[in-house]
Design a protein around this ligand. Structure first.
Ligand code: FBP
Length: 327
């Protein structure tokens, strides 16, 4: 007996119909799905094709560019351009804002086509993260960078696991899995569990003594209550938190023995990392704050690659550490 699954596109078509929305968003999502599948193919074959190494360049963040970063960037920009629906894009792999379909575009896309760079040389899980905002439909559009609360959707592909999670404004966070014909199917609504028994903490333990004293003492008081997991790729770590509950955090680094390694403004990028998971977390019943306890979704970006500290996950835990941060 063949088991037939609901496909992502069928799910989205019904969503658009239910909310009397247009086909434009479908075309954009189709482009992002095609881009992610193409990136997954190159990643899966990367070791044999010698694509998991360095490209020889340095990016805007001062980091060595990986060959896969270039491939993922090229693929994603191609599909966004082909959609004809994107005014401009912000990408981790491009210093400047990328003009796409400036005439006639409808959306802004903020993306990181291959997040979790330390996992790439080993072919371990990485993320394709994206946030989408819509242009001003009532009046002139000034193209300003949008804060997370203005996103209409955000999502992530955990590559190469075939897992895709998408949050739609006021319509929840949904997880899909790739089937045998590379379709994303079987939508499952993700709600952060209230039951704390599966809750996890996720942070880089190598940095814990360089966090603010308040954060270090919060970890000491709470770490024995929860399991600990850390993959070293935001998409993978947040994928777990969405299912099990708990909190992922990448706090500010302020007490590093080598002051040059301090990151008082945080490491993760606001627009295409922190705001993406914060949006997905809100739609799943959770929340996210920065080092000052400010909601991540309320932070207005001043520049495309602005960094932030990030605490994201179950409301009671994020609320608790926010009180400690404000204390
Ligand atoms: P990249 O975009 O350079 O990969 O940095 C982001 C990231 O890899 C996140 O995915 C992950 O959560 C974090 O940095 C890991 O940082 P660290 O190796 O310092 O723990």
């Amino acid at each position: 007996m063949i088991r037939f699954e609901q496909t992502f596109m069928n799910f989205l078509l019904h969503h658009q119909e239910r909310h009397k929305r247009t086909y434009h968003f479908l075309i954009l999502m189709d482009a992002l799905i095609s881009a992610a599948k193409h990136v997954e193919h190159y990643y899966l074959t990367g070791a044999l094709k010698g694509n998991l190494g360095l490209a020889g360049d340095v990016n805007v963040q001062g980091e060595d560019v990986l060959r896969m970063d270039q491939i993922a960037q090229e693929i994603t920009v191609h599909y966004l351009r082909a959609s004809g629906r994107v005014i401009h894009a912000v990408s981790e792999e491009s210093e400047k804002i990328i003009p796409i379909n400036t005439e006639g575009g409808r959306y802004f896309v903020y993306f990181d086509p291959l997040d979790g760079s330390t996992n790439v040389p080993h072919g371990l899980p990485v993320g394709f993260l994206f946030g989408i905002a819509r242009r001003n439909m009532e009046g002139p559009e000034d193209g300003h960078l949008r804060s997370g609360k203005d996103y209409i959707a955000a999502g992530m592909f955990v590559i190469p696991t075939g897992a895709f999670t998408l949050a739609l404004k006021n319509a929840g966070t949904w997880r899909f899995h790739m089937d045998e014909i590379m379709d994303f199917v079987r939508p499952v609504r993700m709600i952060l569990p209230e039951d704390t028994k599966e809750w996890e903490l996720s942070f880089n333990p190598a940095n814990r003594h360089a966090y603010a004293e308040k954060v270090q003492s919060w970890i000491e008081q709470n770490e024995r209550k929860y399991a600990f997991r850390y993959l070293g790729a935001l998409a993978g770590d947040f994928h777990r938190i969405l299912a099990n509950g708990g909190m992922f955090m990448y706090p500010a680094i302020v007490n590093h023995p080598d002051p040059r390694k301090n990151r008082p403004q945080g490491k993760l990028r606001l627009m295409y990392e922190a705001a993406v998971v914060a949006f997905m977390c809100r739609e799943a019943g959770g929340t996210a704050v920065d080092e000052t306890g400010t909601p991540i979704l309320d932070i207005q970006p001043k520049e495309p690659h602005q960094r932030t500290a990030l605490y994201v996950g179950s409301k009671p835990l994020v609320g608790d550490i926010a009180r400690a941060l404000l204390g």
